[in-house]
Ligand binder design. Structure first.
Ligand code: FMN
Length: 150
């Protein structure tokens, strides 16, 4: 069984797009390094206000990773939305995928009923997982197209 944890938190990283991107690159590179060591996979959705993250892996590793993340000063008020044991990983190929909300993916948010800002306190984990899966698919297609074009 794979343990899955979904949480959200408030992004406290100051600054606009550029500062946020630099910061996110740091978070994602540390995540990829640690998560590949710990057998964790998942996906991180974020905008300038919120983080919503799915972590999956062995239970003790997921719990340990979440506890470390929750203490990170780059966000605050981390709140778990759902934990469950699932048959298989949803993001087997992603030590941590990340998708910032940009105009490019606004269509995907709309398809999932998110016209306005995310309000994570009202979200169900299924909505988050479905959105993350579509954002993941978009990222994969974008990379494939970039490869074909080069
Ligand atoms: C929103 C958010 C998500 C994060 N996700 C992960 C993660 O999936 N895995 C991880 O190891 N660290 C994650 N981090 C970073 C950790 O809080 C912490 O900085 C890092 O694990 C420390 O790693 P290091 O001791 O190797 O530098 C995240 C941080 C934030 C703010």
């Amino acid at each position: 069984m794979i343990h899955q944890l979904v949480y959200y938190s408030r992004n406290t990283v100051p600054g606009d797009g550029r500062a946020m991107l630099t910061n996110m690159r740091e978070i994602l590179s540390a995540s990829q390094r640690n998560n590949s060591r710990d057998g964790i996979t998942g996906f991180l959705i974020f905008d300038k206000t919120w983080f919503v993250q799915i972590l999956e892996g062995e239970r003790a590793m997921v719990t340990g990773t979440y506890n470390r993340i929750a203490r990170d000063p780059r966000h605050t008020a981390a709140a778990i939305i759902n934990v469950s044991d699932v048959e298989a990983r949803l993001f087997p190929n992603w030590t941590m995928g990340g998708a910032m909300r940009t105009p490019e993916v606004q269509e995907i948010y709309l398809q999932h009923g998110f016209g306005g800002p995310l309000e994570p306190s009202r979200l169900k984990s299924k909505q988050i997982v479905d959105l993350a899966l579509d954002l993941q698919a978009f990222e994969v297609a974008k990379r494939q197209n970039a490869r074909l074009a080069s």
